[in-house]
Ligand binder design. Sequence first.
Ligand code: MN
Length: 237
Amino acid sequence: MTYVVPVPTLPSLPVSGGDALFPVRRVFCVGRNYADHAREMGADPVREPPFFFLKPADAVFAPQQPSGPGGAGPAVPYPPQTADLHHEVELVVALGQAGSDLDPADALDAVWGYGVGVDLTRRDLQAEAKTLRRPWDLAKGFDFSGPCSPLRPAGEVGHPDRGRIWLGVDGAIRQEGDLGDQIWTVPEIIAHLSRSVTLRPGDLVFTGTPAGVGAVTRGSTVTAGIDGVADLSFTVE
Ligand code: MN
Protein backbone atom coordinates (compact mmCIF):
# COMPACT_ATOMS: atom_id res chain seq x y z
CA MET A 1 0.00 0.00 0.00
CA THR A 2 1.30 3.43 -0.86
CA TYR A 3 -0.09 6.86 -0.18
CA VAL A 4 -0.56 9.06 -3.21
CA VAL A 5 0.43 12.31 -1.48
CA PRO A 6 2.84 12.88 1.41
CA VAL A 7 1.36 11.62 4.71
CA PRO A 8 0.66 14.63 6.95
CA THR A 9 2.35 14.76 10.32
CA LEU A 10 0.04 14.30 13.29
CA PRO A 11 -0.90 17.62 14.89
CA SER A 12 0.19 17.55 18.52
CA LEU A 13 0.67 19.63 21.64
CA PRO A 14 3.58 19.29 24.04
CA VAL A 15 2.97 18.00 27.54
CA SER A 16 4.33 20.43 30.10
CA GLY A 17 7.69 19.61 31.63
CA GLY A 18 9.00 16.90 29.32
CA ASP A 19 9.34 15.55 25.80
CA ALA A 20 5.94 13.83 25.66
CA LEU A 21 3.36 14.86 23.08
CA PHE A 22 -0.44 14.82 23.08
CA PRO A 23 -1.81 13.82 19.63
CA VAL A 24 -4.63 16.15 18.54
CA ARG A 25 -7.52 14.34 16.85
CA ARG A 26 -10.44 16.80 16.68
CA VAL A 27 -11.06 20.26 18.15
CA PHE A 28 -14.54 20.99 19.47
CA CYS A 29 -15.33 24.53 20.65
CA VAL A 30 -18.25 25.73 22.78
CA GLY A 31 -19.96 28.80 21.33
CA ARG A 32 -21.10 30.78 24.35
CA ASN A 33 -20.34 29.65 27.87
CA TYR A 34 -20.00 32.78 30.00
CA ALA A 35 -23.04 35.01 30.50
CA ASP A 36 -21.06 38.27 30.24
CA HIS A 37 -19.57 37.24 26.86
CA ALA A 38 -22.98 36.11 25.55
CA ARG A 39 -24.28 39.59 26.43
CA GLU A 40 -21.39 41.40 24.74
CA MET A 41 -22.12 39.40 21.55
CA GLY A 42 -25.74 40.54 21.66
CA ALA A 43 -27.14 37.19 22.82
CA ASP A 44 -29.38 36.37 25.76
CA PRO A 45 -27.39 34.29 28.26
CA VAL A 46 -30.17 31.85 29.05
CA ARG A 47 -29.08 28.33 29.87
CA GLU A 48 -29.98 26.88 26.51
CA PRO A 49 -28.07 23.71 25.56
CA PRO A 50 -24.44 24.40 24.60
CA PHE A 51 -23.67 24.58 20.89
CA PHE A 52 -20.44 23.57 19.21
CA PHE A 53 -18.28 24.36 16.21
CA LEU A 54 -14.98 22.78 15.19
CA LYS A 55 -11.53 23.86 14.18
CA PRO A 56 -9.30 21.58 12.10
CA ALA A 57 -6.79 19.69 14.25
CA ASP A 58 -3.82 21.36 12.60
CA ALA A 59 -5.11 24.82 13.62
CA VAL A 60 -3.89 23.98 17.13
CA PHE A 61 -0.25 24.49 17.99
CA ALA A 62 1.97 25.55 20.87
CA PRO A 63 3.81 28.78 20.00
CA GLN A 64 7.53 28.27 20.38
CA GLN A 65 8.84 29.99 23.47
CA PRO A 66 11.98 32.15 23.20
CA SER A 67 15.12 30.01 23.25
CA GLY A 68 16.92 32.38 25.60
CA PRO A 69 17.53 36.02 26.48
CA GLY A 70 17.19 38.06 23.30
CA GLY A 71 15.88 35.05 21.41
CA ALA A 72 13.15 35.52 18.86
CA GLY A 73 9.73 35.64 20.54
CA PRO A 74 6.98 33.19 19.72
CA ALA A 75 5.15 34.38 16.63
CA VAL A 76 1.68 33.79 15.21
CA PRO A 77 1.08 35.05 11.66
CA TYR A 78 -1.76 37.54 11.19
CA PRO A 79 -4.25 35.60 9.05
CA PRO A 80 -5.44 36.62 5.58
CA GLN A 81 -9.01 37.73 4.72
CA THR A 82 -9.65 39.73 7.90
CA ALA A 83 -9.29 43.22 9.30
CA ASP A 84 -10.70 42.25 12.70
CA LEU A 85 -8.80 39.37 14.33
CA HIS A 86 -10.18 38.76 17.84
CA HIS A 87 -8.80 36.94 20.89
CA GLU A 88 -10.88 34.57 23.04
CA VAL A 89 -9.06 32.96 25.98
CA GLU A 90 -10.40 29.52 26.90
CA LEU A 91 -9.85 26.53 29.16
CA VAL A 92 -8.85 23.64 26.88
CA VAL A 93 -9.82 20.11 27.89
CA ALA A 94 -7.78 17.20 26.47
CA LEU A 95 -9.54 13.83 26.32
CA GLY A 96 -7.69 10.60 27.03
CA GLN A 97 -10.50 8.05 26.76
CA ALA A 98 -13.29 7.25 24.35
CA GLY A 99 -16.88 7.79 25.38
CA SER A 100 -20.41 8.16 24.11
CA ASP A 101 -23.64 8.92 25.93
CA LEU A 102 -21.65 9.81 29.02
CA ASP A 103 -23.29 10.76 32.28
CA PRO A 104 -21.95 14.06 33.68
CA ALA A 105 -21.02 12.15 36.85
CA ASP A 106 -18.63 9.94 34.81
CA ALA A 107 -17.52 12.43 32.15
CA LEU A 108 -14.33 13.57 33.91
CA ASP A 109 -13.00 9.99 33.66
CA ALA A 110 -12.49 10.71 29.94
CA VAL A 111 -10.32 13.77 30.62
CA TRP A 112 -6.56 13.40 30.32
CA GLY A 113 -5.59 16.99 31.14
CA TYR A 114 -5.94 20.71 30.62
CA GLY A 115 -4.35 23.75 29.04
CA VAL A 116 -5.11 27.34 28.13
CA GLY A 117 -5.78 28.25 24.51
CA VAL A 118 -6.88 31.21 22.43
CA ASP A 119 -9.76 30.75 19.99
CA LEU A 120 -8.55 33.27 17.40
CA THR A 121 -11.51 34.50 15.36
CA ARG A 122 -11.88 36.47 12.16
CA ARG A 123 -14.74 38.47 13.71
CA ASP A 124 -15.64 40.29 10.51
CA LEU A 125 -16.07 36.98 8.65
CA GLN A 126 -18.08 35.56 11.56
CA ALA A 127 -20.40 38.59 11.59
CA GLU A 128 -20.94 38.21 7.85
CA ALA A 129 -21.61 34.48 8.25
CA LYS A 130 -24.17 35.19 10.97
CA THR A 131 -25.92 37.78 8.78
CA LEU A 132 -26.02 35.47 5.77
CA ARG A 133 -26.86 32.37 7.88
CA ARG A 134 -23.72 30.63 6.66
CA PRO A 135 -21.33 28.36 8.61
CA TRP A 136 -18.55 29.81 10.77
CA ASP A 137 -15.84 27.42 9.56
CA LEU A 138 -13.51 29.90 7.89
CA ALA A 139 -14.16 32.55 10.57
CA LYS A 140 -12.94 30.13 13.23
CA GLY A 141 -10.88 27.41 11.58
CA PHE A 142 -7.93 28.98 9.78
CA ASP A 143 -4.19 28.30 9.97
CA PHE A 144 -2.74 29.06 13.41
CA SER A 145 -6.21 29.86 14.83
CA GLY A 146 -5.72 27.80 17.99
CA PRO A 147 -2.54 28.73 19.87
CA CYS A 148 -2.40 26.64 23.03
CA SER A 149 -0.15 26.19 26.04
CA PRO A 150 1.58 22.90 26.76
CA LEU A 151 -0.93 20.54 28.36
CA ARG A 152 -0.87 19.38 31.95
CA PRO A 153 -2.25 16.04 33.16
CA ALA A 154 -5.27 16.01 35.48
CA GLY A 155 -3.12 13.99 37.87
CA GLU A 156 -1.09 17.16 38.33
CA VAL A 157 -3.67 19.99 38.14
CA GLY A 158 -6.84 18.16 39.15
CA HIS A 159 -10.09 19.08 37.39
CA PRO A 160 -10.20 22.88 37.68
CA ASP A 161 -13.71 24.29 38.11
CA ARG A 162 -12.73 27.57 39.80
CA GLY A 163 -9.91 29.98 39.11
CA ARG A 164 -9.04 33.18 37.32
CA ILE A 165 -8.92 33.06 33.51
CA TRP A 166 -7.39 36.10 31.89
CA LEU A 167 -5.84 37.56 28.73
CA GLY A 168 -3.75 40.67 28.16
CA VAL A 169 -2.59 42.50 25.05
CA ASP A 170 0.69 44.44 25.30
CA GLY A 171 0.50 44.23 29.08
CA ALA A 172 -3.07 45.53 29.47
CA ILE A 173 -5.70 43.12 30.77
CA ARG A 174 -8.51 42.68 28.24
CA GLN A 175 -10.33 39.57 29.49
CA GLU A 176 -10.77 38.46 33.06
CA GLY A 177 -13.20 35.94 34.47
CA ASP A 178 -13.45 32.85 36.58
CA LEU A 179 -13.94 29.24 35.52
CA GLY A 180 -16.72 29.15 38.11
CA ASP A 181 -18.70 31.54 35.87
CA GLN A 182 -19.06 28.99 33.06
CA ILE A 183 -22.73 28.44 32.15
CA TRP A 184 -21.98 24.76 31.42
CA THR A 185 -19.35 22.95 33.47
CA VAL A 186 -16.67 20.75 31.90
CA PRO A 187 -18.41 17.45 32.81
CA GLU A 188 -21.72 18.82 31.46
CA ILE A 189 -20.06 19.92 28.21
CA ILE A 190 -18.36 16.54 27.70
CA ALA A 191 -21.54 14.62 28.51
CA HIS A 192 -23.57 16.80 26.14
CA LEU A 193 -21.04 16.48 23.29
CA SER A 194 -20.82 12.70 23.79
CA ARG A 195 -24.51 12.43 22.92
CA SER A 196 -23.77 13.81 19.44
CA VAL A 197 -20.45 12.11 18.65
CA THR A 198 -18.33 9.32 20.08
CA LEU A 199 -15.47 11.12 21.78
CA ARG A 200 -11.97 9.71 21.27
CA PRO A 201 -8.54 10.04 22.87
CA GLY A 202 -6.82 13.07 21.35
CA ASP A 203 -9.99 15.16 21.10
CA LEU A 204 -9.76 18.70 22.51
CA VAL A 205 -12.60 20.87 23.78
CA PHE A 206 -12.26 24.66 23.90
CA THR A 207 -14.80 25.56 26.59
CA GLY A 208 -15.76 29.16 25.78
CA THR A 209 -14.53 32.63 26.68
CA PRO A 210 -15.37 35.31 29.26
CA ALA A 211 -16.21 38.90 28.30
CA GLY A 212 -13.68 41.35 26.91
CA VAL A 213 -12.96 39.88 23.48
CA GLY A 214 -11.32 42.38 21.16
CA ALA A 215 -8.95 42.94 18.31
CA VAL A 216 -5.29 42.09 18.07
CA THR A 217 -3.14 43.76 15.44
CA ARG A 218 0.24 43.01 13.91
CA GLY A 219 2.93 43.54 16.53
CA SER A 220 0.63 42.83 19.49
CA THR A 221 1.91 40.56 22.23
CA VAL A 222 -0.79 38.38 23.75
CA THR A 223 -0.40 36.80 27.19
CA ALA A 224 -3.03 34.55 28.68
CA GLY A 225 -3.46 32.16 31.53
CA ILE A 226 -5.58 30.21 33.94
CA ASP A 227 -4.33 30.41 37.50
CA GLY A 228 -3.04 27.04 38.62
CA VAL A 229 -3.29 25.51 35.12
CA ALA A 230 -1.07 27.12 32.48
CA ASP A 231 0.17 30.29 30.76
CA LEU A 232 0.64 31.21 27.13
CA SER A 233 2.36 34.04 25.30
CA PHE A 234 2.75 34.91 21.62
CA THR A 235 3.27 37.85 19.31
CA VAL A 236 1.15 38.45 16.22
CA GLU A 237 3.22 39.23 13.13
MN1 MN B 1 -14.54 30.76 21.53
